[in-house]
Structures are given as structure tokens and as C-alpha cells.
Write a protein that binds this ligand. Sequence first.
Ligand SMILES: C[S@@+](CC[C@H](N)C(=O)[O-])C[C@H]1O[C@@H](n2cnc3c(N)ncnc32)[C@H](O)[C@@H]1O
Length: 294
Amino acid sequence: MGASELPEWARLNRAHWDEKVPVHVASEFYDLSPLRAGEGRLYPIEESELPAVAPEGWSGLRVLHLQCHFGADTLVLAQRGAEVVGLDFSMPAVRQARELATELELDDRSRFVCADLYDARHALPDPGGFDVVYTTWGTIGWLPDVAEWARIVAWFLKPGGRLYFADGHPAGWIFDDAPSDAPAAALDGGPARFPVAAYPYFATEPFAEDDDRDYADPEASIAASRTMEWMHTVGDTVTALIDAGLRIDFVHEHDSVPFRMFEVLEQRADGMWAWPQTAWLPLGLSIAATLPEE
Ligand SMILES: C[S@@+](CC[C@H](N)C(=O)[O-])C[C@H]1O[C@@H](n2cnc3c(N)ncnc32)[C@H](O)[C@@H]1O
């Protein structure tokens, strides 16, 4: 499909992500040195939860990484022995992922496909082909239809296969940074300039954003700054997975995220960003689910 035939949301969002790829590859945020040293790491939340998803380890597992960006996390799983397929709609991201795979000598265990998530079944006609579908940090908020996303996840899983999902918590996504002239300390013992409510939790229409900032590089200014994003409530996401035939194994809420979701957050020794004092609201959400054998 040519760019002019794409729906507006896909055209805007893809241009945005295409431009972010080189910025991210060059950033400290996406520090590739552990991966290059053969010891790639995921964030602490995934590292603590993944043993439940892959109890026997990753060796020999077929993993589909949806919205894989430029493949850094995909290749961490390949380094651990998985046979991985990464899918992303950004061609610069996919090209970069392929280059990284070659550099890391992981070509034999990795493949990267350029396709919109909603075209995944056509781009990768491998129903029931995967032991694990993996998707983390900044994924379903870019997608209009979470029910269809869940059906796609289920379509790719083998019976007994598992989904692992981690992302910002939608209760956190309703907030935005307070303007710099806002009155300080709205909550007793809370951080000065607590974020302000900005987006309705139950919004069904997309949020049309125009933001040139980049979470991985505070110096960067993204020209393709217009995007369209969606709120998916916890209930909608969990119900979508159940309706798609998956059994929920866990739903975990976290007091930290791997990126600076709000300016008031502080970075902990483990690299995660958390509230300065009291954990006022969940910041992260993770879900594991299994496609039953029968
Ligand atoms: C925040 S990144 C995912 C981050 C990943 N966890 C990482 O840090 O490497 C979001 C990714 O989703 C991709 N994306 C957004 N909308 C998509 C769509 N409709 N189909 C496929 N990929 C999409 C973008 O190209 C981008 O690479």
C-alpha cells in the first residue's frame, strides 16, 4: 500500500517513527553496548516476570516480537537462544534491526518483517507458529483497535503458547506534565507540580498530538511531530484477550516505568523511573496470557 492510501493515523505515526529510528539508535537511552557484548538485558520488570512466561528458558522457542522498533529487545531474546521474528511498520526500523542482527551474528536466529500490525497475518502467514508473542513499552497506544490486536496475538500463538505484554499503565496515561507556572505540591507529601489530568481514561476517539520531543533524546526535535494515539483501558485490553480465546495468567501493576513518563519522576538505581515519594498511581502494566491447548 502506498503512503497516500494509508489511513491518516498510519501515515502520521509511521513518518513519526521513521524519523525517530536514527535518533534512538544514536541515543544513550538505547544503550546497545550490553547487546554488543553478548549480554543484552531487558528492563527489570521483564527480567523478573519472563521466567514465568518461558520457565525452561528461551532456547529453541519461536518468538514473535510485535512492534519491535529497531530490534534491540528482539535480539536480546535471540541472544538467549530464541528463534525470533520482529515485526514493525517502519522500514528504517526494520533495516536497522537487520543490520544489527548481522553485526551481532544473529541472522540465523532472527528475521525482521516490515508490516502494519493489522496486516501481520498477511505479511507473516504462520498461524499458530509461535511459542511466545512479545510486545512491550509503547505498543497498543499506537493502535486504534485493541480487540483486533488481541485476535492477531491469538492467531499467531501455538496452543499452549504465551503472550507477554508490558506498557505504560492507562491510569498513568491520563496525566501530562503540569505547566511550569502551575502551583506547587497539590498532594500532601507528593511531588511538587504533580502531573495534571489531561486525557479521559474512557476516551474512544484518538488523541491528535503535536509534540516534537523524544523520550530517548531530550535534545532531539522531531519534525514529523503529529501523531494519533489511543487510550485502551485495563478492562478493554484484558477483555480483548479473553474474547480472543486467551487465558489470563497475570495482570501486574507497577510503580515504575523504563522511561520518564512525567518530569517529576525520579530514576532509581535500577534505571527505572518512579514517583519521588509515595507511589501515587500505577505507572506500568504487564500481562501474561496463554492460548489454551484445547
Ligand atoms: C515505542 S516503540 C516500541 C518500543 C520497543 N519496546 C523498544 O523500545 O524498542 C513503538 C514501535 O511501534 C511501531 N508501530 C507503531 N504503530 C505500528 C503499527 N500500526 N504497526 C506496526 N508497528 C507499529 C513503531 O514503528 C515503533 O517502532
